[in-house]
Design a protein around this ligand. Structure first.
Ligand SMILES: Nc1ncnc2c1ncn2[C@@H]1O[C@H](COP(=O)(O)OP(=O)(O)OP(=O)(O)O)[C@@H](O)[C@H]1O
Ligand SMILES: [Zn+2]
Length: 626
């Protein structure tokens, strides 16, 4: 396959336009200035060193020298005297300098004249000029450093503004002609598109809405997990409406100087008003829009000022100004309620992880420019990618294309997608890492998971088993979750627990010993059992009660600390129930593995031979016995 067929980046339309900041080359930029100042500094230091080469003597020594007729000539310079000795022996220093004491020495001139010293004088302006320069240079250096570093920062962030662009808004501006993303490029977000259609109509013809006195929403909050197309859809909305798109991330407002954020907000809104109708997009609004003045994140004046400025700007829109602000976040729960008040971000559009149909559509969008093999089964690929976001799917297509390119193939095949999938889910293969006994143990462990998954009722279908270490895992047993479950039955969860424990139980049965390799399984199993007991009412001893035990964040998956709302006694019962549920699941696992002990052994042998077995190979292998 030739290189140009492989997209180096599947979202190249976004990337391309974003990486063309309009930079005007500056003939005398910060870089040059920096060098000039460095040169000056060096010069000053060196000339200072040279000046000190003339040895200094005390005023009395100087006078003694004059009286004893050793001085041939002197030169006054301000309060300094530079002099030359009469040459007597060669190795003595010929020059000297001294400082005249502040009190007037009326005796000096007569003494000089009697001893026939040649007198001259220089205006003191010169050294003063020099000392001013010496005083100024460090400051110039400091200022230059700040200009230089801010300039570098801007270049790094793709900013477009010139030399002193501190308070410029920093937003990237996409004029209509630079914005190539349209609604067809964003797949599987039909609901969100419908919600935004009204905004498109308005931005296209604001006069018609104003004429009727219709109040349009000013701010719309796009909420949802990362990589679900919020940024993309915002940009496509500007494209569809044919208006300029100003894009900035909340964190870009804020820098080291107080007040910069607020002034950036002001500039941004001003720029947008000047170009109205226009669309402003603020990504990661939560980085400036967190609840003000509370513990989380600590008090931060700069952030609060920035947020206040955003609020003020949104309140300040007049009826005729057709500027709409879209803001994106994956933490709607931490936003300051003031942001959500009427007239501000009072509309919300929710993005979800794509479901089966949506995943097929997204995959099709991203494979538009990729030569895919004939009769490719998108549906099967979509089934393999439950839980993938749009960005993950884009990445998957790219990895598959890269895999095909490495093989110098002409088309991207099912096999490439399988490899890309495994690489993304579990990290790259690390073939060399296991020693023979570890390999054996891993084979036993994974076979345990696999046998449990194969023979327990209600379990998710097995996809493949592998003992090739990837990322941090030594091996992997993959099941295909039945399409996008939102609801789990108790029996399904119990089976899932048993499968999780399968690895450890198999190690115990076959090797008569367990290992630390099962810690991740145990962690997951414990967590699941805890949810069953405290959240889903699946323990009779506890009953149908829901407890607060630190709820999992819906998008970020970490626990947020919450106060317990149950007694110590209940806590003990919860612990006992978690233990019981896991113990019972373990027994089920023991039973099923012992019952299929021959299959277990055969799977271990086969895994050691072939390293990776997909479900077809496993079924073929186990059939005769079944
Ligand atoms: N619905 C989609 N259709 C097509 N491509 C998508 C979709 N969602 C995401 N992508 C792909 O993922 C990339 C990232 O999406 P985008 O930046 O819009 O996500 P986001 O929701 O803004 O994420 P974040 O919260 O991380 O900023 C896009 O450039 C695109 O390639
Ligand atoms: Zn395991």
């Amino acid at each position: 396959m030739t290189d140009n067929k492989i997209p180096t980046n599947n979202n190249d339309t976004t990337k391309k336009s974003e990486s063309t900041p309009q930079q005007t080359p500056h003939p005398f930029d910060a870089h040059t200035l920096m060098w000039i100042l460095m040169f000056f500094a060096a010069y000053t230091i060196f000339s200072g060193l040279f000046a000190q080469k003339t040895p200094e003597i005390s005023y009395s020594d100087f006078k003694k020298a004059v009286i004893s007729n050793q001085v041939s000539s002197i030169s006054f310079k301000g309060d300094q005297i530079y002099g030359i000795y009469i040459e007597k022996d060669a190795d003595k220093t010929k020059t000297f300098h001294t400082v005249i004491p502040p009190t007037t020495d009326t005796n000096l001139m007569p003494v000089l004249e009697t001893n026939k010293v040649n007198i001259s004088a220089k205006s003191s302006a010169d050294p003063q000029w020099l000392s001013i320069l010496i005083g100024i240079v460090p400051w110039l250096l400091i200022i230059a450093f700040f200009i230089y570093s801010s300039r570098m920062l801007q270049q790094k962030m793709g900013g477009k503004d010139g030399f002193m662009g501190f308070s410029k808004s920093k937003a990237r501006l996409f004029e209509t002609k630079d914005n190539e993303i349209n609604y067809d490029d964003v797949a599987g977000v039909e609901g969100a598109k419908q919600d935004l259609q009204e905004i498109i109509d308005y931005l296209k013809k604001p006069e018609e809405f104003n004429k009727l006195g219709a109040k349009m929403p000013r701010g719309i909050l796009l909420m949802g997990p990362p990589g679900t197309g919020k940024t993309m859809l915002a940009k496509a909305t500007a494209h569809e409406a044919g208006v300029p798109f100003f894009s900035i991330s909340g964190s870009e407002f804020i820098e080291m100087f107080i007040g910069v954020g607020a002034s950036r907000v002001r500039d941004l809104f001003k720029e947008a008003r000047d170009k109205a109708p226009a669309l402003i997009f603020i990504d990661e609004i939560d980085s400036v829009g967190r609840v003000r003045g509370t513990g989380l994140g600590g008090g931060n004046d700069e952030r609060e000022q920035t947020l206040n400025q955003i609020l003020a700007e949104m309140d300040g829109f007049s009826v005729g100004e057709a500027v709409v602000v879209l803001a994106a976040t994956n933490r709607p729960d931490v936003l300051d309620p003031a942001l959500l008040r009427p007239g501000r971000f009072d509309r919300k559009v929710t993005f979800e992880l794509p479901q089966q149909e949506a995943r097929i559509k997204i995959l099709k969008v991203h494979t538009r420019k990729v030569p895919i093999e004939l009769n490719f089964d998108y549906k099967e690929l979509a089934s393999m990618t439950v839980g993938f976001s749009g960005a993950d799917l884009a990445n998957l297509v790219n990895e598959a294309a890269l895999s095909a390119a490495r093989k110098k193939a002409d088309t991207v095949t099912r096999d490439d997608f399988n490899q890309a999938h495994d690489k993304i889910i579990m990290g790259s293969e690390r073939k060399d890492l296991l020693n023979p006994s570890e390999r054996k143990r891993t084979a036993v462990h994974e076979s345990g998971h696999a046998i449990a998954a194969l023979f327990l009722p209600n379990s998710d279908p097995l996809r493949q088993v592998s003992i090739i270490p990837r990322g941090r895992a030594l091996g992997a047993t993959e099941q295909l979750p039945v399409e996008d479950r939102h609801n789990y039955t108790q029996s399904y969860l119990e089976t899932r627990l048993s499968v999780m424990l399968g690895g450890r139980v198999a190690e115990k049965i076959v090797l008569d010993d367990t290992s630390s390799g099962a810690s991740n399984d145990l962690e997951q199993a414990t967590h699941l059992a805890k949810m069953m007991v405290t959240q889903w009412g699946m323990s009779d001893a506890i009953g149908p009660i829901h407890f607060k035990v630190g709820s999992e964040h819906p998008f970020l998956g970490y626990e947020i600390q919450q106060e317990k709302d149950f007694s110590e006694k209940t806590a003990t019962t919860i612990d006992q129930e978690i233990y019981r549920i896991i113990k019972e699941a373990e027994q089920t696992t023991f039973a099923i593995l012992l019952q299929h002990r021959d299959d277990l052994n055969r799977l271990v042998e086969e895994l050691l031979n072939k390293e990776t077995l997909d479900i077809h190979m496993i079924e073929a292998m186990l059939k005769p016995k079944d």
